[in-house]
Ligand binder design. Sequence first.
Ligand SMILES: Nc1ncnc2c1ncn2[C@@H]1O[C@H](COP(=O)(O)OP(=O)(O)OP(=O)(O)O)[C@@H](O)[C@H]1O
Ligand SMILES: [Mg+2]
Length: 340
Amino acid sequence: MHADEAVQPQAIGPRKAQATAVFAELASEPGVPKPDPILVVNNVVRRFGGLTAVNVEHVEIQRGSITALIGPNGAGKTTFFNQLTGFDTADAGEWTFNGRPMKGVSAHKVARQGMVRTFQLTKALSKLTVLENMRLGAQGQRGENFLRALVAGLWRGQEKEITERAEDLLRRFKLDAKSADFAGSLSGGQRKLLEMARALMVEPELVMLDEPMAGVNPALTQSLLGHVKDLREQGMTVLFVEHDMDMVRDISDWVIVMAQGSVIAEGPPDSIMSDPRVVDAYLGAHHDAPLSAEEEEQQLAEAEAALEAEAQGVADPADAARPAPASVAEGTSRKEPGDD
Ligand SMILES: Nc1ncnc2c1ncn2[C@@H]1O[C@H](COP(=O)(O)OP(=O)(O)OP(=O)(O)O)[C@@H](O)[C@H]1O
Ligand SMILES: [Mg+2]
């Protein structure tokens, strides 16, 4: 274990108690209304050919809580995240964030409005330094346009403020000693930390984490869990996807279960896993092993090659009409009309 991967104290504070009290009053049923929802989703559908990947009738995310989104592989969790955060375009439905309609809003605008997400496969750019990755985070999430934003130097004018914020966050995540190192030199777990830190550059209200702990070593897992709890204590709302039920039980106030695209159950972490609907959903479903370091490298390399090609303007124009490779976009990533 590296010194910088030391276990950190876990944040348990008044907001945990507050969230527990709120959820104790709620019925355990899909779509149950919450007293103070930051996100309200209605009838969101995403189809891929004949497959309905997401079909969520109604779901609300309580402000100031940590909500886990669980479900077997292929349940539609990542696709659902992609719709909500503007990385993909839903076929139907609407949702509001802080009461504002968000359908059709592009990813970086969603991020700037305070709803930010991380990815199942880390998007840290290994040929940029840790600090450069952080500064890109200040732009909001531009998906495959990250590098273009860097080249264009769009943040000019706020340079100093952004660098200071990045350095603060890197200290908080114990990555400050790595500030000038290439992100590619970080361990898998440190990249996950970097991605979480980068997401915080936009000062979000809602942080959506897609499998933040996958492939992270046990020492760093504790640190990540501590950081997630800490987000709640700082007043943020967290929605996270996770397969490890011990972690779900440890950090979440409420659990939402998806299967075959729909929300099939909601409830407190202690009881949800014994809910017969949940047991049924998981029966026969098998979990993929976490990505090996080599697979992660490979996917990252592919993503970077695509980014660089685009930044240099050498990309085949026909690519624009094709969905991005799964390793880049985890699903599709389309540019919206009126984006930018
Ligand atoms: N771009 C795409 N094109 C076609 N099908 C897709 C695409 N993206 C996702 N799917 C399909 O949609 C379904 C939901 O996938 P998704 O990745 O959202 O599941 P998940 O719940 O995140 O699974 P996991 O736990 O394995 O990450 C799967 O059947 C998947 O194969
Ligand atoms: Mg997924």
